[in-house]
Design a protein around this ligand. Structure first.
Ligand SMILES: NC(=O)c1ccc[n+]([C@@H]2O[C@H](COP(=O)([O-])OP(=O)(O)OC[C@H]3O[C@@H](n4cnc5c(N)ncnc54)[C@H](O)[C@@H]3O)[C@@H](O)[C@H]2O)c1
Length: 280
């Protein structure tokens, strides 16, 4: 039997944060594997947070998926607003004949705040996007999976859940919540044949435009170049050696694996694509 990833062609995949960064890379890879994409992302800025996706990026995402001869439903949506999430999931279901096979909960933001000078609006934005936003996505997407007794959910956590990180406590707390949700959902959804797993990425090489924006954004707030910040965070977290630097594609490969039939017996697992950060 082939060692290729099995069972992806023809699947309907909803990805949050899909207009840029890792989510955009995941969307293109799923389309290359023959999947249709429901691409959900915010296109308005969030005050005091670095640049996120834009309408131009949404249009570029639609083109990238359609260039791969797959369908793309673009869902501009702020995950912090339950009504917007419900409308977005409903639209995806309507466009995809009542089917969502795979959900990738990828959207996220971070910021650098000390404990004592934590900005309330930023803390809310980080936690509401990562934690509550993805609980809303599950609330509205999971009934479809339950009804069809199948589905795969891949949550994006972070390697920060494997070691201590100063100045990121809102983000670290939110990503620990993602690990907790992964186990809670895996247990609750097991009887319906739904797999729920997470990936904890190391620091990802930043890129302008539709590249990975988190390190770029954090670097901007501390007056560091993106490349210097990438080196700094990678050196702090990863095991030593040039090999141990992560790129978006390293995460995309793991996402597609967990979404494929090859991972059918894996559930409740946090896969650390973390360049050794956890055991270090
Ligand atoms: N970049 C890293 O080093 C790194 C490391 C570990 C984990 N991660 C995680 O990977 C994921 C992707 O990060 P990235 O580097 O591609 O960052 P990115 O900023 O390029 O992408 C994040 C996406 O989430 C979207 N988003 C943010 N808030 C939203 C909201 N309220 N509603 C809807 N969409 C929203 C943004 O518009 C953007 O498209 C995030 O969950 C992040 O926490 C990143």
């Amino acid at each position: 039997m082939s060692a290729m990833l099995r069972g992806l062609a023809g699947k309907k995949v909803l990805i949050t944060g899909a207009f840029k960064g890792q989510g955009f890379n995941h969307a293109k890879a799923f389309a290359d594997a023959g999947c249709d994409i429901a691409a959900l992302d915010i296109i308005e800025p969030i005050p005091d947070v670095y640049a996120l996706a834009t309408k131009d990026m949404m249009d570029a995402t639609i083109r990238a998926i359609e260039d791969r001869d797959q369908r793309c439903v673009a869902l501009p949506c702020d995950l912090r607003d339950e009504a917007q999430v419900k409308a977005a999931v409903d639209k995806a279901l309507e466009e995809f004949d009542g089917v969502i096979d795979i959900v990738v909960n990828n959207a996220g933001i971070a910021a650098l705040d000390s404990i004592t000078e934590m900005r309330g609006n930023v803390m809310d934005a980080v936690i509401d996007t990562i934690v509550k936003g993805h609980m809303y996505v599950a609330k509205y997407a999971v009934p479809n999976m339950i009804g069809r007794r199948q589905g795969k959910i891949v949550n994006i956590s972070s390697a920060v859940t494997g070691s201590g990180h100063a100045m990121l406590s809102h983000y670290v707390a939110a990503k620990h919540a993602i690990n907790g949700l992964t186990e809670a959902w895996a247990m609750e959804l097991a009887e319906f044949n739904i797999n729920v797993n997470a990936i904890a990425p190391a620091t990802i090489r930043p890129g302008e435009g539709q590249g990975s924006g988190m390190v770029l954004g954090l670097a901007g707030s501390i007056d560091m170049s993106p490349e210097a910040a990438y080196d700094h965070f990678s050196t702090m977290g990863n095991v030593p050696g040039d090999k141990w630097r992560a790129e978006m594609q390293d995460i995309t490969d793991a996402v597609l694996f967990l979404a494929s039939d090859n991972a059918d017996k894996i559930t409740g697992h946090v896969m650390r694509v973390d360049c050794g950060q956890m055991f270090r």
